[in-house]
Ligand binder design. Sequence first.
Ligand code: ZN
Length: 280
Amino acid sequence: MMKRIFLTLLLFFIFSLTLAQNWQELKGEHFIVYYTKDERFARQVLDKAEIYYRDIASDLGYPRYSEFWLWDKRVKIYIYPDKDSFLKETGQPSWSEGMADYGLKQIMGYNLSNVFLESILPHEMAHLIFRDFVGFKGEIPLWLDEGVAQWAEKTKRNYIKNLIKKAYEEDRLLSLDDLMKLDIRNIKTGNEVYVRSTTSKDGQPRVLFLSGDNLVNLYYLEAVSLVGFLIERFGSDSFSYFCRQLRDGKRLNEALRLSYPNYIRNIDDLEKYFRKYLSE
Ligand SMILES: [Zn+2]
């Protein structure tokens, strides 16, 4: 019996050895990239990650001299040799181009994926940096979390600006009150139609009929545009102050009033300035 268990264990051990990737590592200041075959791509990932790190931290108004993710706190990035092995080892759905494990501070992608390099990497890094910044305790609304992460995908910013301006022009914006209260995770995509009340450009009540897909897309579009607006119009220092107020348990209106005292006292003011920004 013992012999049999031993044999099974031995076989399992050999089996998992053949399955495990043979990781090589590339160390940077704030990241360690693990890869199996293509050092050039791994080097590209590392260089980009260091650039994103600086950009995101400064966009979010992270205190300039507080360095984070150094030495043993470095974030680990795993580059699987191809999409198949990435999907198999991470258990991700087939459309996935990358993922992050926020608890372990790891980001995973696969070799030569441009989507990973340009979108997933900055997006997931922004989630990680934002979590470092605001922690897990406070009530951080989803629109803010996803807005920050999408804003980090710099190559999409112009595209996003065009889309949101068009939605504004065509009077298809969700009200900000709705954006703040909507739990997008409950929205079913498919044939269901959602009815949302909002206001038009000239302040008239208006009703939107949206498919689940359209509602989800609009939610993400408005989330990133609102974050972009706050950062571009009022600067990163006020933005980080605003996020800290929410982290420390302030209600939204109070956090707005404390962070933007000369402009925004509540969500209605926020909506007014946001729409003005979109009309310019
Ligand atoms: Zn995200």
